[in-house]
Design a protein around this ligand. Sequence first.
Ligand code: UDP
Ligand code: MG
Length: 329
Amino acid sequence: MKNITLVVPVHNEEKNIREFFKETVKTSERLGPDYELSVLFVDDGSRDNSVNILESLSREYDNVGYLELSRNFGKEAALSAGVDNLDCDAAIILDADLQHPLYYIPQFVRKWEQGYDIVATKRRSIKKQPLARRLGSFLFYRILNTISEFKMEPGTTDFRLLDRKVIDALKDFKEKNRMVRGLIDWMGYKKVFIEFDAPKRNDGVAGYSYKKLFRLAFNSLISFSLFPLRIAGYLGLLISTTFGALLMFMIVDKLLFMQFGFTPLSFVVVANAIFCGIILSSLGLVALYIGHIHEEVVDRPLYLVRRQKKFNKNRRSVVLPEAAALLMK
Ligand code: UDP
Ligand code: MG
């Protein structure tokens, strides 16, 4: 019997929780007796009746648990709280508003049984989303994938199954500014994508404002790439070399050809530009050090092991003496 836990962040979802729970019961039946499905709700500072509903659900059903955060920390923090408290063979992260249809879960589990560590999803249709949001998402992935060494697939969602080893690895990530989905993508492991159609939110309004989304996107860009830090340095190098070359040209012209008649002021202006370039390059140099500090502070694991085979210490070594005997002959 394998344990699968659904991790569900909840922020003002009083109208959706029971509906969501009904779906989990159906899913559990579809999965059959080989799997034990439980649900871990994480209440992220709801101001409506959500917590009371979670409390009564958890009293009614053994397979329902919940965490109540002390205030609203945001979905990423709520997910992390959920992940930190998991003890199961696999977990599935999904939204409480039924935009991540539980219908796909048996498919996730089949992929997992085939040996995939992460079953991730891609939205097939995002037509219902406003243009600004689609544009924002497009730009985010474009920029991130250009400037960062690691690639994130556009159109993916948080709706994912994670094997136990991925969950355990995720617990080791200590960084505060995080995008859980980005971290999971960063990790590697054996991953497969499933496409799905996201329906409209079941009830209520989306809690993610443009401001929050922008902050999330900006934070991810900064935490997955040091390129923004280096921009000043590159600009500085460009400016000082260009104007350095110009100054050389002006000096040569002044001393030998007298073609252009550069005024003393023009020399001052160009020299000044060179100094600006030098200052910017020094900023870039400082930024390189800050980048190192950033990496140390974030303290992301240096590597993750997917599988290992240990030595069998008790096995009698036969090869070495035989080889030695051969050599003695
Ligand atoms: N959520 C949360 N904390 C927040 C905002 C949202 O835990 O501050 C939860 C919310 O209850 C839902 C999921 O995160 O289960 C996705 O939120 P939402 O539907 O508002 O976002 P969208 O569908 O636009 O991504
Ligand atoms: Mg939603």
